[in-house]
Design a protein around this ligand. Sequence first.
Ligand SMILES: Cc1ncc(COP(=O)(O)O)c(C=O)c1O
Length: 417
Amino acid sequence: MSTVTQHSASTPSQTSASHLATDCIHGGQHTDPTTGAVMPPIYTSSTFVQESPGVHKGFEYSRSHNVTRFAFERCIASLERSGLSEESERTCGGFAFASGLASIGTALELMDCGDTIVCMDDVYGGTNRLLNRVRKRSAGYKVVHVDLSDATKAEAAIRQHKPRMVWLETPTNPTLKLVDVAAICAQARAAGAISVVDNTFATPMLTRPIELGADIVMHSTTKYVGGHSDTVGGALVTGSAELAERLRFLQNAIGSVMGPFDAYLSLRGLKTMHVRMERHCASALELARRLEKHSKVAKVVYPGLASHPQHALASRQMRLDGKPAYGGMITIFLKSGSGSGMAESRRFLENVHLFALAESLGGVESLIEHPAIMTHASVPEAMRAELGISDALVRLSVGIEHVEDLWNDLEHGLSKV
Ligand SMILES: Cc1ncc(COP(=O)(O)O)c(C=O)c1O
């Protein structure tokens, strides 16, 4: 039992009553009471002095309490509209981790040994690997993959398997399928399951799953949250006081917390997230439209195109400041001759230069990759085939460079296919 002798320097000056663009900068933030610093300092101290055993200023040990991490956790909770009081870090609904996968691993600990999870079929390869190649063995989970973009299939699976957790990802990585968050989370809730939404691709600028009925939102903050490809991290946000209590316990008990330097970079990333997302969305839409007309491209998958099978849902569920906005990710299938499309993909990927051939996404710089060989190599080949992750599939993360320079680069690469 410990006693807090002084308020722990965390009363925010701003709550989440403002526009998102404002909350990116001020959500859950306050000026440093000691120095007046506008940006929270990076607190590196691993431990904190106590006046008497158990009597301290609210900070004991940095795995449990870190000022810089708390500042980031409050801001992302504010952007995800967690709705939990921001009066102090202890009642905030945000939790930051060492990586996106560390946050997924911690969320999974809400389940018990032998529980069932109904999981979107097309999820990030690492999520698939953690569930099927680790937790099935170590925790005896039953993992049921279902195409949750189909509400009928989702309902049947939830009714049949009575899961403890339903795991959504939308838009999915890499086939950009959408899940109707409100519909599936309502089904999960009715069945007594915890719903978790991986919101990495949409970001809270476009979709706020808690407002749509989700229990927990998850982020790989490595991506759009950090926004500059210079940090690895993850986050969970909940609007439920009970789940917040359990996640706080698990975060500390498991210990895969975000370090103070990464928390600083992630908070700094959030400050420009609104303006970055405007540019990501506008440029991706423009490039997707042009790619759709290109003779070397068989198919473009982008939620903003009328050809996307869930364009109507995307226009409803993905909105920036009230207007449809479809994110910065594009998936294309190259036309292949008689082969699998691998030769065409290689020629294309070897001949783009502004688009860096690299894993990851969501940074200010444009990235391009081949999921079958790179990000989704850990997904079993049969499952990749079923999901349509073929050798002709290339994934683009559209950065915030000038759109004409990006187009010239893509055209050059395609001319070599
Ligand atoms: C949608 C999605 N979720 C989770 C992750 C895992 O995040 P991290 O690489 O930060 O562990 C990724 C990584 O690419 C991702 O794209």
